[in-house]
Design a protein around this ligand. Sequence first.
Ligand code: ZN
Length: 135
Amino acid sequence: MREKIARFMQGRYGVDQFSNFLVMAAVVLMVLEMFIRIPLVRMIFNTVTLVLIVYAYVRILSKNINKRYAENETFMRYYGRFKNFAARKKAHMVQRRTHHIYKCPNCKQSIRVPKGKGRIAITCPRCKTEFIKRS
Ligand SMILES: [Zn+2]
């Protein structure tokens, strides 16, 4: 049996991060679907879940390895960008508690200022424009 599977998978692409992501997305949709009462929305969720799983399997069993590899590279690039974005948002949220973030009125540079110092003059580190804000 094992040999049969190995022979079947020979020359096929196999699992990658993009396929894992597709399957994960399908699982999330399946879980969400359990909480939905509207039949039409359930049907859409079911259809998308099915499409995701079929697409994942088509990719895993594909013999066009170069193309699948390129797809995964594209996915990883977007995923990396999203991860950066999420990390920046999170860091921002943490800083919000102790700092104000102002934008320079001249060059739009973000400037971080500690909270609770009253009226202060801020000098932009990039273009040296001075502006007054309450912190
Ligand atoms: Zn500036």
